[in-house]
Design a binder for this molecule. Sequence first.
Ligand code: F6P
Length: 552
Amino acid sequence: MKYINPIQTRSWKILKNHFHIMKNVNLKDLFLSDNNRFKKFSIFFENEMLVDFSKNFITQNTLKYLLNLAKEMDIKKAIQLMFSGKKINETENRPVLHVALRNRRNSPIFVDNTNVMLEINHVLKKMKDFSEQVITGEWKGYTGKSISDVVNIGIGGSDLGPYMVTEALRPYKNHLKIHYVSNIDGTHLFEVLKKINPETTIFLIASKTFTTDETITNANSVKIWFLKNIKKKSALDKHFFALSANIQNALDFGINIENIFQFWDWVGGRFSLWSSAGLSIILSIGFSNFEKFLNGAYAMDNHFYNAEYEKNIPIILALISIWYTNFFNTQTEAIFSYDQYMHRFAAYFQQVNMESNGKSVDKNGKKISYQTGPIIWGEPGTNGQHAFFQLIHQGTKLIPSDFIAPVISHTHLKEHHIKLISNFLAQTKALAFGNSEISFLQDSYFFKENKKDLNKTDKKSLFKQCVGNQPTNSILIRKITPYNLGFLIALYEHKIFVQGHLLNIFSFDQWGVELGKNLAKNIYKNFSTIENSKCFDSSTKGLINFYKFFYK
Ligand code: F6P
């Protein structure tokens, strides 16, 4: 596959010219000039999801030019290569096969002449059997008691994804209490240890590499705490498990080989929730719900692989994102889930998007001269409305955002849900059209623009103006079920894949995080001598001096 610099493509040049026409576009005008706008710029997915992308700075020509870019960059070929198991993660010489984890058709996928479906199905079966034993109470702890608590010890993709999914699917959870410990700040572990009984708790050490300092530090501390309470090393076999691609390190830690749930190096950490890294999800909602979750992702995989460009939801959302990042020069992209259970959805996709596309060297090793991945942020609605929406309504930044909401709530509080949806609709409307339709024009300076002496009322109204013209995508999902959450997550994963390909970057490594890790290890090793060392800058020395002054 050729590595094409997107800005050198014919489509990009056409988009640049088109941008000069569109840069002052007004969403109000786009809607006033076309009563069918919603119909033209929205797509249904399996009658379970509606994606409305009509409130964007796009016309049919814009979409045509953007789709031409996708075609010129041969996205379909890139998709086929990923699904085929080709080593597209070139800097780590690995395939990218999180799609194999939910390949429900079970068609063979080969990595180095081995059909990976065999080992995937073996681990799925192992997780099914184990989770059923724990959930039914058949699995006993060292003192013969059933399990009540599960502690997942992991960070990044070994934490964010599983935590987000177990939270989003709380309506499907069983009696087990699931805890997540990720930060090396001892507070995180301390607060969980206060809540659990070592006799009835299992610990999942989730780490693809089984070398991440936060995870191994937390795991060692838990092991010491556990053995202080239980006093028998053999008890570890009933309570400690590893979710990892590094079998040897897990064995060296003291995990029984039978207690290791393997995943593989062709599963990126931030894409690993579908693998054994997601065991806490299975323990929380049960294996059959986890299978529905996989089925939903598989449905989106099929859509992504087969849908024509013009109807391909991940491709369209990725192109709209590129339109803002690379032509309107936006810096961030927000995700607002109008669903409290989905409160960690944006946080999860901070890692998936920013760790994938936060790059500045292209596939040919050249320094990139254009913008790459956006900053992803967001909080659940309606809370965001009472925190930072002011800036989006009246600030100076252009902030494209995705609004996601379920049509059907899991709670019986119907009135609450209708108010939630009313806010969802109101916000995307207000962001698009502002308040010019309401009272602004009647008592504003612009209405009486020839008048010199503004009276008090007019002047005040200037501070109330919301010009709107902030673009949004609205995603309505019938209900947040395991299946539907599965396809929603896969949708965003594939959108990020397309963005990365269009930006001509390798989206599946994360070399940028290594520097900080190594520096931390070096500082930790030299902690007692830093202030006298020549190797450290005056700021680091000044900071460590302040720390040492208090930490006697
Ligand atoms: O942040 C860097 C990173 O390697 C992530 O990509 C990964 O999800 C996380 O650290 C944890 O890595 P591991 O699962 O190997 O402990």
